[in-house]
Design a protein around this ligand. Sequence first.
Ligand code: ASP
Length: 335
Amino acid sequence: MGNRRQFLQASMLATAGAILPQGVAAPKTSGARVVSTWDFGVGANAAAWPVLARGGSALDAVEAGARWAEADLCNATVGRCGNPDRDGVLTLDASIMDGDGRCGAVAALEDIAHPVSVARAVMEKTPHVMLVGQGAQQFAVAQGFEKTPLLTEQARRAWREWLKTSRYEPQINAERQARPGDKTNHDTLGILARDAQGRLAGACTTSGMAWKLHGRVGDSPIVGAGLYVDNEVGAATASGVGEEMIRNAASFLVVELMRQGRSPMEACREAIDRVVRKRPEASKRMQVCFLAMNKDGEAGAFALHKGFVYAMHDASPGPHDRLHDAASVYRTEQT
Ligand code: ASP
């Protein structure tokens, strides 16, 4: 049997969960896949993939992807270049979870560049799940994370511009805005991975809603709202107006719908239906997006409004920066 044929057969067998013939090693990438929210998900996946490609864990992969987004100097909605709250303070939220239910999170963290890694340290080094504000920062510093002022000049300028017309009203009340949660205001990096051993993990990291009330925490660090992972079923993450995800325990809901037999896309769609049913009027003016992957690595997404894309990367041949458009309830940009 030629090498290529042997490889293909091995990967098909491994994907199907079958036992490989003696002497045929499973390729390290077999069944591995990573998906991430938004177009910057391409970069996050590119940072996560090498971990999966060398046979690393889904957990290490999602952390690597999230760290890439947190360091991205072009991203005003995640990490060090994020926009601040209405008082000009940049506060970061992040969570990380594996398919065995281990999880960690930080919220309203200031001046620490990689909240996802602090979230992982909370998970691995404390008996707790979430640390917030000063306490989270204190813990991070004790763990060796550098404390450094993060607010960029560009973000400061954007905030000053916002102050000129905002009358200091926080962008938290969905009904008052054109489209809170869309690309111009806030996008979160949600990243889900399946490794070659079939283990799942996810991470979610954000600077949250720009010009929010100081102390506001969104869905991203709330396990079950912005992120949920279960090896028995699949994983889900969210982006958009976090208050809606919290109201609906949305990522948990998506995973539970997959448990009941829905495909990832159907599960995301049904969760969006739930958001619309509860707040039909508000739903016309805000963005909410879900991305899910089941335990076999099948991915799907759905959004309230058109415009949500996700990136997928796996070992299949061809370009690895494919962006997928999520279907949506509302087809026009302005409804
Ligand atoms: N969901 C995040 C939040 O509400 C932000 C976003 O995804 O745009 O904080």
